[in-house]
Design a protein around this ligand. Structure first.
Ligand SMILES: C[S@@+](CC[C@H](N)C(=O)[O-])C[C@H]1O[C@@H](n2cnc3c(N)ncnc32)[C@H](O)[C@@H]1O
Length: 168
């Protein structure tokens, strides 16, 4: 299920092997991080705030022969993350705006943030993206709850948080 989604996200953010990629909210089976590493050759750091879930994720990663290209970090992305070039943010990551604010603080202005967004019918179940924050580009999935992935630059988020304005 994640293959097509990740292919579109790789194209959306132009991820290459030179990028340091962060996957925020990797879950127990970190398909996104594993697929990004396999498909692009990039190093991926998977961040997961639930320590039991993160332990499962570490076992899943250890079972793959990726030569250390994928690592798991236990922690809440809202509290801070290592510097990165591209972040892929899970649909279930919360609270969205606080996570995005931290990601923007922990990266250069041109870092790319790929953020998954929910379908209208289930927007009460997931933390919505701020309506005033206009993405640079989007790709559509139309797969149940997963509606699309949108692209921001870190500088867009900083500007939105500091001045309360989007780009549109
Ligand atoms: C259900 S997983 C989905 C990942 C999916 N398997 C994939 O490969 O993209 C979403 C995870 O995000 C984690 N999460 C939510 N908010 C987070 C945050 N602020 N920082 C780190 N992890 C977070 C949750 O604990 C949950 O395990």
């Amino acid at each position: 299920m994640y293959r097509g989604v990740v292919d579109k996200e790789i194209a959306l953010a132009g991820i290459t092997r030179r990028d340091r990629v962060l996957n925020v909210g990797c879950g127990a089976a970190p398909f996104t991080g594993l697929l990004v590493a396999r498909k692009t050759g990039a190093r991926v750091l998977c961040v997961e705030r639930d320590d039991e879930v993160a332990a499962h994720a570490e076992r899943s990663v250890a079972g793959q022969s990726l030569g250390g290209a994928v690592e798991v970090l236990v922690g809440d992305a809202m509290a801070g993350v290592p510097e990165f070039d591209v972040a892929v943010v899970a649909l279930q990551a919360t609270p969205k705006l606080e996570v995005l604010r931290t990601l923007a603080k922990c990266s250069g202005p041109e870092a790319r943030l790929v953020v998954r967004d929910s379908a209208k019918w289930c927007q009460d179940m997931y933390d919505r993206l701020p309506p005033g924050l206009t993405p640079r580009a989007s790709v559509y999935h139309h797969m149940g709850a997963l509606h699309s992935s949108v692209l921001y630059y870190s500088s867009d988020i900083r500007r939105f948080c500091e001045e309360g304005v989007g780009l549109g």
